[in-house]
Design a protein around this ligand. Structure first.
Ligand code: F6P
Length: 352
């Protein structure tokens, strides 16, 4: 087969590892493997290159994406989709693997029923906001980066007995803040999915700071990890908390740090490499089997000998994944409800 791979949307550590596995496995299985440059934009412009073992060597350890990425607005319109379909047909591409988040998978889902080319998707987004993805490619690295940053911030915070508000990426999904916040021993974690009012958030944080700095004299730092999905800015939180502390614990200062794109870069962790390599492998096998409009998802090992050769990789129709994504984001998914319920329970154990 002539098969191709593209990386699209916000880059995520491990995208390169997926490209490497797709190439090496594809070539060993006798396929011709192409890389599409700059996501869907490269497909529209027919900007492709042949991938080889040599050109993808040492890629597994590299962050970002060698192929380049884009958020291709044209793909959201019929005209762009028609051009993508024409490219697939005219370039003779028989199988396409799309590595990206919700927007990228939506593109794959729109194209798949309208082409003879088989299309599979691999969830890759540091936000972990793709429905049924388990752990998307890039999440583990991002969590580790945040934890390391919080640990460093905690060192300096302890030296001055300060409170810190650290904002992390995640768009509308609080997963990164939740997972990294717990691992970094945060005293409070803020995320949009709680839909807490500003008033309730500030009241909660004042109480957290009291428990840290008024009830205890030996507590050296307070750490508040805030997801970017929480609608109050880190700066506004800092200002409010400083005013509270000036009354409740004079002399204790608050600082804010927005980690931003630092969270998206870096060499992927071993877990992200593992997930990406194994999903890349399963993508080739799925295309060979004629599977289309399907996402490969990383899950804890389930029944050996199920639909893929790999017990940790599951096939999910992309439509189902996107439906679950909407529920994750509007808070109606069982998974997100349970996550929030658990965190609400844990919330009270965090400060102090
Ligand atoms: O989706 C990944 C992500 O990093 C989000 O966490 C963030 O909100 C967004 O992308 C930033 O996008 P950009 O790099 O286009 O500013």
């Amino acid at each position: 087969m002539r098969i191709a791979i593209l990386t699209s949307g916000g880059d995520a550590p491990g995208m390169n590892a997926a490209v490497r596995a797709f190439t090496v496995v594809g070539l060993r299985r006798g396929h011709e493997v192409l890389g599409v440059r700059d996501g869907y934009a490269g497909l529209l412009a027919r900007n492709l290159e042949t991938l080889t073992r040599e050109s993808t060597e040492r890629l597994t350890r590299q962050g970002g994406t060698l192929l380049g990425s884009s958020r291709c607005l044209e793909m959201m319109r019929e005209e762009g989709q028609a051009r993508a379909l024409a490219s697939l047909a005219e370039l003779g591409i028989e199988g396409l693997c799309v590595v990206g988040g919700n927007g990228s998978l939506t593109g794959a889902h729109v194209l798949a029923p309208r082409t003879a080319c088989k299309i599979v998707g691999l969830p890759a987004s540091i936000d972990n906001d793709v429905g049924h993805a388990g752990l998307a490619i890039g999440v583990d690295t991002a969590v580790n980066t945040i934890v390391e940053a919080c640990d460093r911030i905690s060192d300096t915070a302890r030296a001055h007995r300060r409170a810190f508000v650290v904002e992390v990426m995640g768009r509308n999904c609080g997963f990164l803040a939740m997972r990294a916040g717990l691992a970094a021993e945060a005293d409070a974690i803020l995320y949009g999915e709680s839909h807490a009012t500003e008033e309730a958030t500030f009241a909660h944080l004042r109480e957290v700071l009291r428990r840290c700095f008024v009830e205890r004299s030996d507590k050296k730092r307070a750490l508040i990890v805030k997801s970017e999905g929480c609608p109050i800015s880190a700066h506004a939180i800092r200002d409010h908390l400083q005013a509270y502390l000036d009354e409740d614990a004079p002399g204790v200062d608050v600082r804010e740090t927005v980690l931003g794109h630092i969270v998206r870069g870096g060499s992927p962790t071993a877990l992200d490499r593992t997930i990406a390599l194994r999903l890349g492998f399963s993508a080739v096998m799925a295309l060979e089997a004629g599977i289309t409009d399907t996402m490969l998802a990383w899950e804890p090992p389930f029944q050996v000998g199920a639909e893929t050769m790999d017990p940790s990789v599951r096939r999910v129709p992309i439509g189902e994944a996107l439906e679950e994504t909407s529920k994750l984001l509007d808070g109606t998914s069982t998974l997100i409800r349970r996550r929030i319920e658990l965190l609400r329970f844990v919330d009270d154990c965090l400060p102090g």
